[in-house]
Design a protein around this ligand. Structure first.
Ligand code: BV8
Ligand code: ZN
Length: 258
């Protein structure tokens, strides 16, 4: 993949780089993206219905089973070169902010410290009533391939069903995370938008906000999105190819990336 000289220069000059990721950054780790059709037990459902308070209330076992199946897939997966390249980028620049819409922990497992998590995490379930964190049993759940219905565990404090620690459609984003994401988007001088269809609000507005304030916006996506018009550079390709390729062209990041 070719990278324009102006992009390499902008990266070298950037004082505060922000990386904003969506499900596409985990695609090469074998994690289905949000837009991929659901499979197995859930193939006739729409993700946005299952990922909602109404979906959970209507059929807790169907939804909890889906999240446990997804958590198993993440635990079985490994970070891919895109996750490692993003961690190397952070290690080589003055100020760096990682914001993710994803609920997997592949960024952390690749060495990115403390990403801003707009949509929560598969690994932090909590009580649906008193919000007490729920400690999941260690190890990888042995979910059958097509998945299964699974009654959610009960909270040890109040007995209510435990729910996934994610932000569902129709729920507010965590205030602190959203404010931190807005602050970083106001301050960065270069922003990557990697592997997102930019369809889910309010997260989807971040790259446009950055472009409107004059930051350089670099989109990495094999497909077209509504961000194409905002991005100064559209790297049409897989994140696991584009990001390592870019990092290898750049010192001082190169030192941090094998
Ligand atoms: C809220 C956790 C206030 C759960 C998720 C304004 C306008 C329109 C709609 C709304 C609006 N405000 C609110 C809404 C409603 C709603 C919304 O946006 N609906 C959409 C569907 C229109 N938003 C909300 O409800 C949000 N809350 O606004 O609060 C409020 C409160 C009450 C009432 C109203 C408003 C909360 C949204 C959070 C939902 N939770 N995740 C879970 O994971 O189960 S969102 C879910 O979608 C994931 O987090 C995912 O990350 C996210 C976004 O999807 P993407 O990451 O972009 O993934 P996608 O599959 O779409 O795209 C992948 C991309 O990767 C593709 O472009 C593909 O080409 C590319 N790709 C593929 N392979 C690769 C690749 N790229 C690079 N490399 C590759 N190898
Ligand atoms: Zn409880």
């Amino acid at each position: 993949m070719e990278f324009p000289d102006e992009l390499l220069a902008a990266l070298r000059d950037a004082r505060h780089i922000e990386v904003f990721t969506g499900a596409g950054v985990s695609a090469e780790s074998g994690i289905p993206t949000f837009r991929d059709a659901l499979t197995g037990l859930w193939e006739n459902y729409d993700a946005a219905t299952l990922a909602s308070p109404e979906g959970f209330a209507a059929d807790p076992a169907l939804v909890w089973g889906w999240y446990e199946w997804r958590r198993m897939r993440v635990l079985q997966a490994q970070p891919n070169p895109a996750h490692y390249a993003i961690a190397a980028l952070a290690a080589g620049c003055a100020r760096f902010t990682l914001i993710t819409q994803n609920v997997d922990d592949l960024h952390e497992r690749a060495g990115s410290a403390d990403p801003i998590r707009l949509h929560g995490s598969l690994h932090r379930p909590r009580c649906s009533a008193c919000e007490a964190p729920y400690r999941l049993p260690p190890g990888i759940p042995d979910e059958p391939e097509g998945g299964r219905r699974l009654d959610p565990p009960r909270c040890g404090h109040c007995g209510a069903p435990v729910r996934p620690g994610v932000v569902w459609f129709g729920e507010n984003l965590p205030q602190t995370a959203w404010e931190a994401a807005l602050q970083a988007t106001e301050a960065c001088d270069l922003m990557f938008s990697i592997g997102t269809s930019a369809l889910v609000w309010p997260a989807a507005q971040l790259p446009a906000l950055a472009a409107q304030r004059g930051a350089v916006v670099v989109q990495v996506n094999p497909g077209e999105t509504s961000l194409d018009g905002y991005a100064h550079y559209n790297l049409r390709g897989a994140a696991g190819v584009a990001m390592p390729g870019l990092i290898r062209r750049l010192t001082p990041y190169r030192e941090n990336f094998p």
